[in-house]
Ligand binder design. Structure first.
Ligand SMILES: C[S@@+](CC[C@H](N)C(=O)[O-])C[C@H]1O[C@@H](n2cnc3c(N)ncnc32)[C@H](O)[C@@H]1O
Length: 295
């Protein structure tokens, strides 16, 4: 096993400065990008990247494939991608209005209640970004009824990610990108059926990390827990697709004994990444991450 500790992706043809996403997202790959770029297939060999756990879309923003299939099971997240691509100006105008008077406990509770009442629209997508930037440590959490229930984060100077929204919109205009609000199995089916199956596809999977220890909780993004059994189903499906189509597959996982066992069929390398490991924003430590490849 090779330990990648330096910026080994710097020489990769896709590397051109790391772009940050408009959301703060637990597990976002911005800090891991150099090592990840070294593992991902070259855009010369792969036309389309399928990413079933796309989260903040940091991999989409920092790679140069001609086509993308981005999926995620969080409907509010996927809605922000759609609005950032289709109406970035309207989204930014709504955000500016929310930021003007939004940095107080009272405004937070009113805006959070409005978000929980609203159906999908640009205003709701703007509220999701506002909540992400004003909430506790960028956490995204819902109760069992699907109500977003993160507490106010008391940000000193909340950042309005206008520039990042425009970068996302420009990137989406430069390539063909399809968004799936779907579980990973449905998004992965694009590799074997339909229009995308005719292309040379690569797959990148960044599923929710298993807890670092028995006492730390599973990471939740949409009220659902991603258990070891889900990881096992993912591994089985990725191996089937790889055998059937030859598609190169890359995965990320926390470096734990259980991850190493679950992903043993992959060629694994480890690297250190600074990240927050819990809902406590102060708990920011260098953790080891695994990158796995099936080529
Ligand atoms: C580790 S994060 C991905 C981070 C992403 N690579 C980034 O750079 O922001 C995992 C993502 O998986 C999504 N997710 C959780 N369960 C899922 C499922 N069953 N199918 C698809 N997506 C799921 C979560 O909403 C979350 O965005």
């Amino acid at each position: 096993m090779k330990c990648l500790s330096g910026p080994s992706g710097m020489g990769h043809p896709q590397y051109a400065g790391i772009v940050s996403p408009y959301l703060k997202w637990v597990g976002a790959k911005t800090r891991s990008m150099p090592a990840l770029l070294a593992a991902l297939p070259s855009p010369e060999h792969v036309e389309c990247l399928i990413e079933p756990f796309a989260g903040s879309a940091s991999v989409f923003l920092n790679t140069r494939y001609r086509q993308y299939v981005l999926g995620d099971s969080n409907p509010d997240l996927v809605s922000t991608w759609r609005h950032a691509r289709d109406n970035p100006g309207e989204l930014i105008t709504a955000l500016r209005r929310l930021y003007r008077e939004g940095n107080s406990e009272r405004a937070w509770h009113e805006n959070r209640a409005a978000f929980n009442r609203m159906k999908d629209c640009t205003e709701k997508a703007a509220l999701f970004i506002y909540l992400n930037r004003h909430g506790f440590n960028g956490v995204c959490r819902y109760n069992k009824k699907g109500i977003f229930n993160v507490p106010f984060g008391r940000p000193v100077r909340p950042y309005l990610p206008e520039r990042e929204i425009m970068i996302f919109a420009r990137k989406a205009a430069r390539c063909y990108v399809s968004f799936f609000h779907a579980g990973f199995e449905e998004t992965l089916s694009a590799a074997t059926t339909g229009l995308f199956a005719a292309l040379r596809c690569g797959i990148y999977c960044d599923p929710p990390y298993l807890p670092l220890s028995d006492t730390s909780a599973f990471t939740q993004y949409d009220g659902q827990v991603f258990t070891p059994a889900h990881h096992q189903r993912l591994v089985t499906r990725l191996q089937e697709i790889h055998q059937q189509t030859g598609a190169p597959v890359v995965i990320s996982a926390g470096d734990t004994p259980l991850s190493r066992q679950l992903y043993q069929a992959f060629n694994l390398s480890a690297q250190h990444v600074n990240r927050s490991v819990s809902a406590d924003g102060r708990a920011r430590v260098a953790v080891r991450e695994l990158t796995g490849t099936l080529y």
